[in-house]
Design a protein around this ligand. Sequence first.
Ligand code: 9Z3
Length: 377
Amino acid sequence: MSSSINTDVEDHYFSSNPPPKALAHHEAQARDFISQHAAAKRRVVLITSGGTTVPLERNTVRFIDNFSAGTRGATSAEYFLESGYAVIFLHRQFSLQPYSRHYSHATGCFLDFLQEDASGTGVVAADDHRDELLAVLRKYRAARTRNTLLAIPFVTITDYLHELRAIARLMRPLGPRGLLYLAAAVSDFFVPPDRMPEHKIQSTDATDFLHEQEPEPEPEPEQQQQQEEEEETFDNFDSSPAVPRSKRLVVDLDPVPKFLKNLVDGWAPNQFIVSFKLETDPGILVHKARYSLERYQHHLVVGNLLTTRKWEVVFVSPRRPDRWLRVPSPAWEGKEGEPLDAKDLPDGEPEVEIESLIIPAIEQLHDEHIKSLLARM
Ligand code: 9Z3
């Protein structure tokens, strides 16, 4: 059931959907970063994080978004750095970032973490945040000094795919030491360029006169009544028959081609590839994760449910039984092996970040991957 690379679809998609303006600059940054760490024989992970957008207009006022704050990606980046990896953080612009995530989107305002110094002429960390801030600051500074964190932003699904392909290809010289950790929430549907209007979609006919040669003659009263009746009954199979189709915004989306097989076989062969599967229905999560693994033949699918994603995930990998990772809590003792029920979750955030369990477990699988590939080389 495994799928095969379709290079025609790839060529068509990437030639008809223009790359982001900064692609060449990002490629240059990634090339330097990768060669520095390849020379040091350091492992490099490409983390994708946050949601991709689907613009409805070229000059984009409206867009469709995919759910993700970027918590998974930003938190994972910190644990990968702690484990000695160099991290390329391909993230949705303005989503959560490693280290600053502790303060940027915290409740209240980042100014709450500051206070005036004793002399009243300077600013220092607030007393009750000083220790934590110092610990985070040290880790952040270490990543800056050692140049182990490269952040690259994307906005749209097209930006994302161009950046992903370019960086994955640049990672090839790393061989099995490269890891792709695909946690971004990626749109499955998009508006292809030939159907995307240049300007903002209008909701009234106030500007129609600009496009009309001659104004439409006023209809006869009888004709008008008939037109109105037609509009009212038109398309009335749904729950709002009073709104004629001409006044609705009907969005017609094409499927985004699936490029995971191209990534696995063409862009990043030999690298260790981890994808995430997000579902809302607990009954289908493991099945969908295994389906994805068999279809794309990569190394690991991490399954998670929207409601419980900070509490548990499931590892689905070839030739191994499914493995649930769950943050410790007395609330689910004796319920191993089955998905948590969202209504059983304790209030608030988990005390342990689940990424602190996910990353060491992935590192172990990555070790095995490196050993088995290097033995064959
Ligand atoms: C995930 O499943 C991520 O864990 C979350 C993280 C998006 C749930 P947050 O950033 O959320 O912590 O708020 N990412 C993958 C989502 C996705 O689009 N997966 C595709 C799919 O499920 C496959 S690549 O079909």
